[in-house]
Design a protein around this ligand. Structure first.
Ligand code: NI
Length: 198
């Protein structure tokens, strides 16, 4: 199983490189993306960014089915983002109790914009766009932050919200899952893939 880099590894703090046009459609890029997807699934991640496995390129993947780490998250179809650009459509904050495969064993509360648009390329280089709201918007912001060396622990609304996973389960999970249900009611659309308008 591929090692997922952990907090303190300097590579998690670097800006990743743009994937050049000449790489699209190559077997190498396809293999890198498949490896990222496999690693995310093996670790039960809701998403994974390439620098988390030491690949310093602007690639991330998200997928939420039924996730034991995040049972309250709405489903997100597998989506591969290469060279993504994010635009905040509504900066109204939502507070999210996040975790990260690179901050293993810890969770904490951060604020995220409630609605975002992401334009990216797929593995063939074809541009596409998604709009996401609520928890799905938070997931995208979290994954794209990795490409610029930012981790959720940088964004804690209050350092005192940091908790071990075991104490999250014990003391915080039931409150947060009620809050998450309310966020899902306010933002029922999750992630939507839209035609690109240029
Ligand atoms: Ni993460």
């Amino acid at each position: 199983m591929t090692e997922i880099l952990q907090l303190g590894d300097p590579r998690l703090r670097q800006h990743s490189e743009v994937v050049p046009a000449s790489d699209f459609g190559s077997a190498e890029l396809q293999a890198q993306v498949e490896h990222l997807i496999d690693t995310m699934r093996q670790a039960n991640g809701a998403g994974l960014a390439a620098p988390q496995i030491g690949l310093m390129r602007r690639i991330c993947v998200v997928e939420v089915t039924k996730n034991p780490r995040y049972p309250y998250k709405q489903p997100i179809p597998l989506t591969v983002f290469i060279n993504p650009k994010i635009t905040v459509l509504d900066e109204t904050p939502i507070e999210v109790f996040e975790g990260c495969l690179s901050v293993a064993g810890w969770r904490g509360r951060v604020q995220r914009a409630c609605r975002v648009q992401v334009i990216a390329q797929d593995v063939e280089g074809t541009p596409f766009q998604v709009e996401a709201e609520g928890l799905a918007a938070g997931t995208l912001q979290h994954e794209l932050d990795h490409l610029d060396g930012q981790l959720f622990v940088d964004l804690l609304v209050n350092a005192k919200s940091l908790t071990t996973w075991a104490n999250y389960e014990r003391y915080h999970r039931s409150d947060w899952e009620r809050e998450a249900e309310k966020i899902n009611e306010r933002f029922p659309n999750g992630l939507e893939r839209l035609p690109i308008n240029d």
